[in-house]
Design a protein around this ligand. Structure first.
Ligand code: GLY
Length: 307
């Protein structure tokens, strides 16, 4: 059996005009992952392929669609983990790279490290052949101006980032991620994000932190979305691994973790997708919506749900 689950971020999902383009991106992403899995490819290759499609869509907060930080620059994070080898790769605050998830996979494959950040992560990616992309002002500036306008309208001008995120939960949705189970029973996870809109320059979220936003082992794979700081503080990925080791299914794990997020940090704090070695799927969130989909060798068509 093979299976792939993807998400396009937990959040407010108030912009209805975006729904059909997001549905299309999720469907394309599921098919990209499935094409690898059905031909006997690895879960790791499948999740990276799926997430690259979401990064390239430009309609989600990752890759080409990344939100700008407080000074209008785009700094992205991504992480991947292979459950079979327990190896992982990640990049934080990477710039000018079209597919951060590919850079993360190259950290796993080509280095002795787990996480590269900043300027040298960008240089590493470029030297490994990850396509360079100049996020020029025509893409960046309209997004930035729109975010700043919303910020201003709420009279919360630059008082505290946290206040902003709570007041405008729709500003932080749309991280993307995928988890997969391949025909050999191996699991993998990948997550990619532009991070929280209007974050401080240099901020790194949960997505590239292995054991927080991204995790996979022999029992479970998980990819989180939402307020990265909360996901880091709870160690969501590591908790998922411990719960699965104690016999909980992916569905139970996802529900327990989102209950915990809500208990500790309130509604609108996040969501996650999980997949276990038996093919049980977990999808849970405490936001108004989360773009999501799944496809497996037991299904004739992928299922896509937005928001
Ligand atoms: N969950 C994405 C982030 O906080 O960066």
């Amino acid at each position: 059996m093979w299976c792939i689950v993807v998400h396009g971020g937990a959040g407010q999902w108030s912009e209805r005009e975006k729904f059909s383009s997001v549905e299309y991106a999720i469907l394309k992403s599921l098919k990209a992952g499935a094409s690898i899995l059905e031909s006997g490819g690895s879960a790791l290759d499948a999740v990276v392929n799926s997430v690259m499609v979401l990064e390239d869509s430009g309609v989600l907060n990752a890759g080409l669609g990344s939100y700008p930080n407080l000074v209008g620059e785009i700094e992205m994070d991504a992480g991947v983990m292979d459950g079979k080898s327990l190896r992982a790769g990640a990049v934080g605050c990477i710039r000018n790279v079209k597919n951060p998830v590919l850079a993360a996979k190259l950290v796993l494959e080509k280095t002795d490290h787990v996480l590269l950040v900043g300027e040298w992560a960008s240089k590493f990616a470029a030297s490994m052949g990850v396509p360079v992309f100049d996020f020029d002002r025509s893409i960046r500036l309209p997004k930035y101006m729109d975010l700043v306008r919303k910020f201003d309208e709420g009279n919360t001008r630059y008082k505290s980032n946290l206040k902003l995120y709570k007041q405008y939960p729709h500003l932080f949705h749309e991280t993307v991620g995928a988890v997969a189970l391949d025909c050999e029973g191996n699991l993998a996870s990948a997550t990619s994000t532009g991070g929280l809109a209007l974050k401080l320059p240099g901020r790194v979220g949960d997505s590239p932190l292995i054991g927080a936003g991204t995790y996979a082992d022999k029992n479970i794979a998980v990819s989180s979305t939402g307020v990265g700081e909360y996901i880091i503080l709870l160690g969501v990925g590591i908790r998922a691994s411990i719960y699965a080791e104690n016999g909980f299914t992916a569905k139970e794990v996802a529900e327990k973790l989102v209950q915990l997020l809500t208990l500790k940090f309130g509604e609108n704090s996040g969501g996650l997708i999980a997949l276990d070695k038996n093919g049980s799927i977990g999808i849970s969130y405490n936001t108004p919506g989360m773009a999501r989909g799944y496809f497996s060798s037991e299904m004739s068509e992928p299922t896509v749900m937005v928001p």
